[in-house]
Ligand binder design. Structure first.
Ligand code: ATP
Ligand code: SF4
Ligand code: MG
Length: 349
């Protein structure tokens, strides 16, 4: 952090966050210049395909990268304190209490040999000097709050005695037990079937309203964040390629990659799992990110910018009112493609 840096007035603000890993094969640029702001009570969806840097970002915010093998630069401001330049002890003290995380797979985040209740009790007692009896009462309350039936009995169950959906609820209870102000949910519903997915998303929406936390939901599926997010950040190759309100992203998306994500949303409402406009090719290696616009090898419009796509990294520039996009195509051309080529196909289904 440079000396002239001004503190952020946002609840959470990332400024030019970079997280690189030196490896034998080369430098992995997992997060490469990410910036955003998030206020209490608001939800940000971070969306992108596998390997775009979503989890590395969330672990970075929580200070969970090993400083020996991760090169972290930029700034992460949480309520007036800068975390990248803070000590690991300081950031560890915030984890669980002021910021907490819900992982995709509760089984890997929960200890198999301890009861669900004991794990919530321990998580609570790390930050609160209370008796076991008081913490147990709180654990039962939290399990009830996240919709576990008979919480006073189920508190003594082991994780494997819970169904997948209930385990996810229990992990949410554990994450919320210290009333964190920032909650990061990394693919919270990916491992669950569609009905349970919808229930967990409803639960998260209700809880976020009650707790007034800032919530980050990370997913590869735009459908998951459609109803929950105030703002959406679309990530590709470690960078933000589009940022806007949920309305911006769903009604007037600007980036060809976002169009691809919209076209490849699973159709939850239909039996068919057909993708409307799948994105061709596969995500880039973060060791050899394509030059210029990282998306150019997969972009159907790359030839419309006179070779610029493979030569120059496009800036993330504002379209209007906070809606930003990283693409060389002129705005009027993007609008025309969306209106005449993409939107009609998506709406025709
Ligand atoms: N400790 C590490 N050392 C080297 N490379 C890493 C490390 N952690 C993550 N990476 C690489 O960083 C890139 C981004 O990984 P990340 O886990 O953030 O992707 P993701 O967007 O969360 O993907 P998914 O949707 O599959 O969870 C990947 O190429 C991954 O291999
Ligand atoms: S800059 Fe070019 S290659 Fe990249 S998304 Fe825009 S049109 Fe496609
Ligand atoms: Mg991930």
């Amino acid at each position: 952090m440079s000396a002239e840096t001004t503190p952020s007035d946002a609840f959470l603000e990332l400024r030019d966050l970079r997280i690189h890993f030196p490896t034998d094969d080369g430098l992995v640029k997992s997060v490469d210049g990410l910036s955003f702001r998030l206020e209490r009570g608001k939800t940000l969806g971070i969306v992108g395909e596998s390997g775009s840097g979503k989890s590395v970002t969330s672990l970075g915010i929580l200070g969970l990268h090993n400083r020996k093998n991760a090169r972290v630069s930029g700034e992460i401001w949480l309520d007036g304190a800068e975390l990248v330049s803070s000590t690991q002890e300081y950031v560890r003290g915030l984890r669980g209490k002021r910021m907490a995380m819900i992982f995709q797979d509760p089984l890997s985040a929960m200890h198999p040999y301890y009861t669900v209740g004991n794990q919530i009790i321990e998580a609570y007692r790390v930050h609160h000097r209370v008796s076991k009896a008081v913490a147990r009462k709180h654990a039962i309350e939290m399990l009830g709050r996240v919709g576990i039936p008979n919480p006073a009995q189920r508190v003594d169950d082991y994780p494997h005695q819970f169904s997948g959906g209930m385990r996810q609820r229990a992990m949410i209870a554990m994450a919320l037990c210290c009333d964190p102000e920032l909650l990061i949910a990394d693919e919270p519903t990916t491992a669950l079937d569609v009905t349970v997915q919808a229930q967990i998303l409803d639960l998260m929406r209700d809880l976020q309203r009650d707790f007034n936390a800032a919530l980050i939901i990370i997913t590869h599926d735009l459908g998951v964040v459609a109803e929950l997010s105030d703002d959406i950040l679309v990530m590709y190759g470690g960078k933000c390629v589009e940022y806007g309100t949920a309305e911006n992203i769903f009604e007037t998306p600007e980036h060809p990659y976002t169009w691809g994500l919209l076209g490849s949303m699973p159709r939850l409402d239909r039996e068919s799992t057909e993708r409307l406009l799948p994105i061709k090719g596969s995500p880039p290696s973060l060791i050899n990110i394509p030059p210029g616009c990282a998306f150019h090898p997969r972009c159907s419009y790359a030839d419309r910018t006179g070779g610029k796509g493979s030569a120059e990294v496009p800036e993330l520039s504002e379209v209007r009112g906070g809606h930003k996009v990283r693409c060389h195509l002129p705005a009027n051309e993007r609008h025309a493609i969306w209106e005449s080529e993409i939107k009609p196909v998506l709406e025709a289904q």
